[in-house]
Design a binder for this molecule. Structure first.
Ligand SMILES: Nc1ncnc2c1ncn2[C@@H]1O[C@H](COP(=O)(O)OP(=O)(O)O)[C@@H](O)[C@H]1O
Ligand SMILES: [Mg+2]
Length: 386
């Protein structure tokens, strides 16, 4: 079913998967350094610490914390300090019982899943941590799920773990990750341990930040020069609407896979549009059917002239427009009229225009097709116009 064939674009597909954690997370240096600052006392003063991380989907929260914890363990090994971390995804383990069970199973994979209360399991955990004399960091990812269900006692218990261990090298530190700022749901007792100052915010990535992330990931996972620069631009443009790196990397991954199946053996803007259409497309048949004939001809001209590029210059599209008009027996309209067709198409959301400075100092308008591969669009329009 999956024929053996030599891949020409993807060099290392694992690096395109969601759970791959890059060695360095660009544009998260500040958050990393805040984490280092917060957790330094765990090693230097035998303290335990807490951090609360918040940000929307795809802002690199999980990846950054995984990177931080892995680096911290590396440090522990170098210094001969027993250090460990456990990451629990509270979407998958959404009860206090399930959370603590996963932490226990990190040390005792055979720990039975029933028959023990949460306090009993907490005592078992304490025994394990004390005997190993370990510095443990527990990460509760997607903790909002627990907090909204008011399953917060475990957070309180874990954050108080050290009260009886003051000064000993053994400690449990906590990192909570949440999409929303949900600390207000915690009662004041646990809030006092969860000092408000230890909140680290992850903002949505900006367009250029997404571009850097995609560029670096492409370098790591693809063969050299197998993706065009304007295809990377387009991925950044599309995903900047949400500021979501997960979406950007998913687009890169799917675009690369689309490219593998084609003769050309490289990723162009066309594969990016195809990948986006695969993920979701706002272009519906009905949207196209509602267009009048002039708008259809204009859109067909744009989709034919853009080919596999990310953008087409207005002038080039207009030249193709004249050709398409002739083909369909229509009189080509003046520039100003063409312009109103283009603007109407933009208003419906079928195209996007942007004005850019040129090398000669002038400015020109560029058109892009954000949602649909140019060939698919051209075919649909041709069928509709018959
Ligand atoms: N700064 C970054 N550099 C490189 N890759 C990143 C960066 N931020 C996020 N990613 C990647 O984007 C994807 C989503 O990130 P993730 O940490 O899961 O987001 P969140 O947990 O905030 O939803 C992951 O594949 C991750 O490797
Ligand atoms: Mg996450």
């Amino acid at each position: 079913m999956f024929d053996e064939r030599r891949s020409v674009i993807i060099r290392d597909g694992k690096k395109l998967s969601f759970d791959y954690v890059p060695e360095k997370l660009v544009h998260r240096e500040e958050q990393m350094s805040t984490l280092r600052m917060l957790f330094r006392p765990v090693f230097e003063d035998n303290r335990s610490e807490t951090a609360f991380i918040t940000g929307t989907v795809g802002t690199g929260k999980t990846a950054t914390v995984k990177r931080f914890c892995a680096d911290m363990m590396r440090y522990g090994i170098e210094k001969g300090i027993p250090t460990d971390y456990v990451l629990v995804n509270c979407r998958q383990r959404n009860t206090e019982n399930a959370v603590i069970l996963q932490i226990l199973r990190h040390y005792d994979p055979g720990h039975p899943d029933r028959g023990f209360s949460v306090p009993e399991m907490m005592r078992t955990l304490r025994g394990i941590i004390d005997s190993k004399r370990i510095k443990l960091v527990i990460v509760l990812d997607e903790a909002d799920i627990l907090i909204k269900r008011n399953a917060v006692d475990i957070i309180y218990q874990l954050s108080r773990f050290n009260e009886e261990n003051m000064g000993s090298p053994t400690s449990i530190s906590l990192i909570l990750i949440s999409q929303e700022y949900v600390l207000d749901h915690l009662d004041t007792a646990s809030l006092s341990t969860f000092k408000r100052t230890n909140v680290i915010r992850f903002d949505r990535y900006k367009r250029d930040e997404l571009r850097d992330i995609v560029k670096i990931r492409a370098d790591e996972s693809l063969f050299p020069d197998r993706i065009r620069e304007d295809a990377i631009d387009l991925i950044a443009d599309i995903s900047s609407e949400w500021g979501d790196a997960r979406f950007a990397i998913d687009l890169l991954d799917k675009s690369a896979r689309k490219g593998e199946n084609k003769e050309r053996g490289e990723v162009t803007a066309e594969e990016v549009r195809e990948a986006k259409a695969m993920i979701y497309s706002v272009v519906t048949e009905t949207k196209l059917m509602d267009l009048d004939r002039n708008q259809m001809i204009t859109l067909l001209a744009i989709s034919r002239s853009i080919k596999d590029m990310a953008y087409v210059n207005m002038g080039a599209a207009e030249k193709t427009y004249a050709v398409v008009c002739e083909e369909y027996g229509e009189k080509a309209r003046q520039h100003t009229q063409f312009w109103t067709y283009v603007k109407a198409l933009e208003k419906i959301g079928l195209i996007v225009t942007s004005v850019r400075g040129e090398a000669d100092g002038g400015r020109s308008t560029y058109i892009s097709l954000p949602d649909i591969p140019s060939r698919v669009l051209a075919n649909k329009l041709e069928t509709l116009m018959e």
